[in-house]
Design a protein. Structure first.
Length: 116
């Protein structure tokens, strides 16, 4: 089993920034993919950004150039999502995801609200 603990959501004005964090613990594999998805009320879950081990992150085109996903160099099973230039359309529940050895785990989510 893998546990994911997320933090960092909140309310911010358009143009502002937030940083989300997700720490994975438990039966961790060194080779893994971690990342963030988001789901707005009544909407479908969509990919925001993912990173495989120490490879270059991959981003949704909607957040590319505004969001940065990176791993903690000391605690590589912790990832951060730096969200800049936030827009009202970024309002959503953000869910952390961990995948390794064909197993898939999700965090409970953290809410991000961007006011106009």
């Amino acid at each position: 089993q893998v546990q994911l603990v997320e933090s960092g959501g909140g309310l911010v004005q358009a143009g502002g920034s937030l940083r989300l964090s997700c720490a994975a613990s438990g039966n961790i594999f060194s080779a893994n993919t971690m990342g963030w998805y988001r789901q707005a009320p009544g909407g479908t879950r969509e990919l925001v950004a993912t990173i495989f081990t120490d490879a270059e992150p991959k981003y949704s085109h909607t957040v590319r150039d505004r969001f940065i996903l990176f791993r903690d160099h000391i605690r590589p099973n912790t990832v951060y999502l730096q969200m800049n230039s936030l827009e009202p359309d970024d309002t959503s529940a953000y869910l952390c995801n961990y995948v390794a050895e064909t197993k898939d785990y999700w965090g409970k989510g953290t809410l991000v609200t961007v006011s106009s």
